[in-house]
Design a binder for this molecule. Structure first.
Ligand code: SF4
Length: 304
């Protein structure tokens, strides 16, 4: 993949001349930036294993983000440019180092803006023995064409469905089209990946996990997201794992947008009960007390 002269990698399609060094709306220009590469123990158990295990998900945090949510817990890397400049050859080494360290999978966090580096690195690493599943960890705001182009490279889609309401997408992520775009992307992920498949130890090898972070004061929108997830399963006929997250903490600019508290047990329970009622029982829910600092890894350029 060439560095784009008019970048259209993500749904923003901002047209930045990346080849000439122009940064796009996501913050990405012509030099790959990576903020962290390490074993991560706080993804869903089918990816990370139990917290006490010596393994984990081999997670690579890429700098920048096409979405840019006002409450992002990773905002120093997603929106403030924290990262180290590396090339595709170093990224290939990082992938192999994570596997050698015992990673159960390679977990690429917000990688779309860097695909011209990520794809050659992945393919190079595969040729040199990378055999663990590749997880594409995304806010869900992806172009279906790009999802399709990754069919041979990505085994597991770990994708958010953040909002149903266009107004909420506009307010919190500057993306009024978020819901429409994310639903189309999820459909493509499900069609090309198929039903979840696990190895003998219960680690996911193939499939889609749809995540939803419950936001304070927005349970009505969450209930619509639940309804859409159930409809997605019915329309595609493809099962997926769902993950309802309770860890919202008012990071970054959240309080300016009315998100100034954690969610209540009542709010979370209401969403989970609705999910159970529509049959979304394959997956994960969290204890309310799990809003812990461990979910936010240290941004210290480890492993890069
Ligand atoms: S990936 Fe970045 S540069 Fe490319 S279209 Fe999206 S926002 Fe623009």
């Amino acid at each position: 993949m060439q560095l784009p002269v008019q970048c259209r990698l993500c749904p923003r399609q901002c047209g930045a001349n990346r080849a000439a060094g122009e940064a796009g709306r996501c913050g990405a220009a012509d030099t790959l930036l990576v903020a962290r590469a390490a074993l991560h123990h706080w993804e869903e158990p089918c990816l990370s294993g139990p917290p006490e295990a010596q393994t984990g998900s081999g997670t690579v945090f890429f700098t920048g983000c096409p979405l840019g949510c006002c409450y992002c817990q990773n905002y120093p890397i997603s929106q403030q440019g924290l990262g180290k400049a590396i090339d595709a050859a170093r990224l290939e080494e990082i992938f192999l180092e994570l596997q050698a360290a015992g990673a159960k999978n390679l977990n690429l966090v917000t990688a779309t803006q860097w695909l011209p580096w990520v794809l050659p690195a992945l393919r190079g690493a595969r040729a040199r023995g990378l055999h663990i599943p590749v997880v594409y960890n995304t806010g869900g705001y992806e172009r279906p064409q790009v999802v399709k182009a990754l069919a041979r490279d990505v085994d597991i889609w770990l994708a958010d469905l953040k909002y149903a309401s266009p107004a909420l997408g506009a307010e919190l992520s500057g993306a009024e089209d978020y819901n429409r775009v994310a639903l189309a992307a999820l459909r493509q992920m499900l069609e090309q990946t198929g039903v979840p498949r696990f190895d003998g130890e219960g680690y996911l090898q193939k499939g889609v996990i749809i995540r939803h972070l419950v936001l304070p004061g927005h349970t009505a929108d969450s209930l619509e997201v639940v309804r859409q997830m159930a409809a997605l399963r019915q329309q595609t006929g493809v099962a997926f794992l769902s993950s309802f997250m309770s860890q919202f903490t008012p990071f970054y600019q959240a309080s300016r947008h009315g998100l100034n508290r954690r969610i209540t047990s009542y709010e979370y329970r209401k969403v989970v009960d609705a999910a159970i009622a529509v049959g979304l029982t394959d997956g994960y829910m969290q204890e309310k007390s799990s809003a812990r600092e461990e979910y936010t890894p240290p941004f210290d350029l480890e492993g890069v």
